[in-house]
Write a protein that binds this ligand. Structure first.
Ligand code: SAM
Length: 321
């Protein structure tokens, strides 16, 4: 078989070619990723609530912003309003975007530039100096390899508070599958709910860690992805959940045809809540745009220009007048 000159060029190019680092923009965020992000954040909040026996605390969150961090920061703020959010990335523009959407601290750092202390390694000095985190959202989206495994171990062991939570996302598809197949055969009884394609990768990355609580597979922009939630110091003893997202799951989650059944809430109450939230959102958007000086009734949350609502005592006396 002869290889044409073009083809030879291509082979040479492929051997030396390294992919240019892509920045992670909003259009690369799939709906399935949004669903998984929301579900894992909810699960992380539950785990931290159980740990701290408190609804909300100033949980310290480490996240990787990417180029469009508004969604993720919004989700964290929505679920954990008191959180102290640190955005770490090696790309400056991602950090500027994170600062613009109101994270508490930004750090430009290569998360893999570990610091050697004797025979051990720990996270880079810039991260180490910030103290430990209650929640680390390790959304690197890289494929499974030795660096990822090392990165997981160092951050899980050295950067989390006791019983802290980590969400670790990885892609699978362009890695050396044989490595994982061997592990699947060696440990046939570990993580039995999970299909072998994913199970082998989990065994490789998280091996001896019995701390896995939730595994979700989903469609990323370019590749199949897996999101794993682990909690330090917890031994789940086989109690973990596994969800494979299907097309349409996101739409179903956000527009469930009958939320009254899903949340066991009367349909009229859901309607009333939707109206209130709609009005509140519209008023808030206008306020942000600076179009009007909108005021809110502190009891019903609705927009009002009526002083009565702003101060009931003053209001009632002015009504009496
Ligand atoms: C997938 S994006 C994050 C997306 C974001 N979490 C979201 O949901 O929209 C991954 C980010 O991690 C950053 N990143 C990847 N490897 C890194 C490393 N070793 N050190 C620091 N940042 C890294 C990339 O620059 C990119 O901004």
């Amino acid at each position: 078989m002869t290889i044409s000159e073009d083809a030879t060029d291509k082979i040479c190019l492929e051997e030396t070619w390294r992919p240019k680092r892509k920045t992670f923009k909003a259009d690369l965020i799939t709906d399935q990723k949004r669903l998984v992000r929301g579900e894992q954040l909810l699960a992380a909040r539950t785990a931290l609530r159980v740990r701290d026996e408190q609804h909300h605390r100033e949980w310290r969150v480490l996240m990787l912003p990417g180029e469009s961090p508004a969604e993720e920061v919004g989700a964290i703020r929505g679920l954990m309003p008191k959180a102290f959010i640190v955005a770490a990335d090696r790309v400056e523009s991602s950090l500027l975007a994170a600062a613009a959407v109101g994270v508490d601290e930004i750090v430009q750092v290569d998360l893999e530039a570990f610091e050697k202390r004797g025979v051990h390694y720990r996270p880079p000095a810039k991260i180490w100096a910030l103290g430990k985190f209650d929640l680390i959202l390790m959304d690197l989206c890289s494929n499974v390899n030795a660096t990822m495994r090392r990165l997981f171990r160092i951050y899980f062991e050295k950067a989390l508070t006791p019983n802290g939570v980590m969400v670790f996302n990885f892609s699978y598809g362009r890695d050396v599958a044989e490595v994982f197949i061997a592990l699947v055969k060696r440990y046939p009884e570990t993580l039995p709910l999970i299909p072998d394609t994913v199970r082998g990768r989990l065994l490789y990355l998280f091996g001896g860690y019995g701390a896995i609580r939730s595994v979700m597979t989903y469609r990323g922009a370019a590749m199949p992805m897996c999101s794993v939630l682990l909690q330090r110091g917890s031994w789940t003893g086989g109690q973990y959940s596994y969800v494979a997202c299907e097309p349409g799951d996101f739409e179903l989650a956000v527009t469930c045809p009958d939320p009254a059944i899903m949340y066991a809430c009367p349909a009229e109450r859901i309607e009333a809540l939707r109206r209130t939230n709609g009005a509140l959102k519209a008023a808030w958007t206008r306020k942000l745009k600076g179009l009007t000086d909108v005021k809110f009734c502190p009891w019903c949350g609705l927009e009002t220009e009526n002083e009565f609502w702003l101060n009931p005592i003053q209001g009632s006396s002015s009504r009496q007048r």
